[in-house]
Design a protein around this ligand. Structure first.
Ligand SMILES: Cc1cc2nc3c(=O)[nH]c(=O)nc-3n(C[C@H](O)[C@H](O)[C@H](O)COP(=O)(O)OP(=O)(O)OC[C@H]3O[C@@H](n4cnc5c(N)ncnc54)[C@H](O)[C@@H]3O)c2cc1C
Length: 307
């Protein structure tokens, strides 16, 4: 990362919240579930599937974990009349993983039970490296009882190939969202260069498809998407009608819309991830940290050097 990018990231915390919101609203539906519902309706009208996420992570008490679970229940209610097919996506530390693994598993199990009652799926996300063992343990435990749960795996990590082998053995009908990984991990445990992370992504996608997993290809990378399309075509996975396919592409709301449209127009199912919640500020700062161009624009506006 260059000096300017480091400077831009260093300045981001000083930007006033209202100004952050002017940019954040591209990535975040709003603070309330009704904001998410509005975005979901619009995305469905444009031919996209959706994923809903309640923003939040690293909570400090189990009461907050229970409150997060309640918000997910509200989201399930709100989705009923809007999108019968929209899964919910949950961060492990938002449900208390780092405080009490048993409580986290109970809350996740309850959400899966409620979601299953309306044929909806739940995705247990992946956070930074220290949380991975706990996340996979809870995921495997809940997957023994619920068949509507999936997890996320990150291609930047060396360990992921082994995790794929483990999960293909332990979880019947494994359902994985494959991502590069947003957390910058040390080079002792992760690839740090883009080409290595992308190569790992495609290798893992191949292993998961060949292992019979249901696969969410969550990327906005042209080359990675092209390589995955080739894997899909070689295996004839795009032959069944869209609703019966075992793969889909997934993108973040507000990121590379034309890329998502091109995949949709190419006949693939594409889901857009719609985050909402009162914790929009922390989430937005992370997204902008990932894209120094946007962050630079915000900094200029904040500190009077727009243009
Ligand atoms: C549906 C979904 C769910 C995810 N869930 C998780 C998760 O549980 N755990 C996790 O660690 N990561 C998660 N991620 C994030 C993921 O790990 C990557 O950080 C993110 O997708 C960027 O990687 P990329 O494959 O798009 O490739 P990149 O090489 O990072 O990006 C490809 C292109 O897209 C643009 N781009 C990518 N991201 C942004 C952005 N935020 N703003 C503007 N432009 C951008 C880049 O500028 C570049 O042009 C998720 C991503 C998606 C799409």
């Amino acid at each position: 990362m260059g000096l300017t990018d480091r400077l831009v990231r260093g300045l981001m915390p000083l930007v006033p919240r209202p100004l952050v919101w002017t940019v954040a609203r591209r990535y975040v539906a709003g603070a309330d579930v009704r904001d998410a519902v509005r975005r979901i309706k619009a995305l469905r009208a444009d031919g996209f599937g959706t994923i809903i996420d309640v923003l939040g992570e690293g909570i400090a008490s189990l009461d907050e974990a229970r409150a997060a679970a309640q918000e997910y229940i509200r989201a399930l209610d709100a989705l009923r009349s809007v999108d019968p097919d929209c899964p919910i996506s949950v961060k492990p530390t938002h449900l208390g993983l780092s405080l009490d693994r048993d409580v986290c598993a109970e809350l996740l199990d309850d959400l899966c039970r409620r979601a299953a009652a309306e044929s909806r799926r739940v995705r247990f996300e992946m956070e930074d490296a220290p949380t991975i063992d706990g996340t996979l343990d809870v995921f495997e435990e809940v997957a023994k009882r619920r068949d509507n749960i999936g997890c996320v795996l990150q291609s930047r990590l060396f360990r992921t190939a082994k995790d794929v082998e483990r999960l293909l053995r332990s979880v019947p009908a494994l359902d994985v969202r494959l991502v590069k990984g947003i957390y910058l991990e040390p080079e002792s445990i992760a690839w740090t260069e883009g080409p290595d992370i992308s190569r790992s992504y495609v290798e893992l996608a191949r292993a998961l498809l060949d292992g019979g997993a249901r696969l969410g290809l969550a990327t906005h990378d042209d080359e990675v998407a092209r390589a995955c399309e080739q894997l899909i075509a070689e295996r004839g996975l795009d032959s069944p009608p869209t609703a019966q396919r075992t793969y889909e592409f997934q993108c973040l709301m507000g990121v590379r819309r034309r890329f998502a449209e091109a995949l949709r127009d190419g006949g693939h199912r594409v889901r857009i991830y719609v985050p909402y919640g009162k914790d929009w500020h922390a989430y937005s700062m992370r997204r902008m940290g990932k894209n120094p161009d946007i962050a630079r624009h915000v900094i200029r506006a904040a500190f009077g050097r727009e243009g």
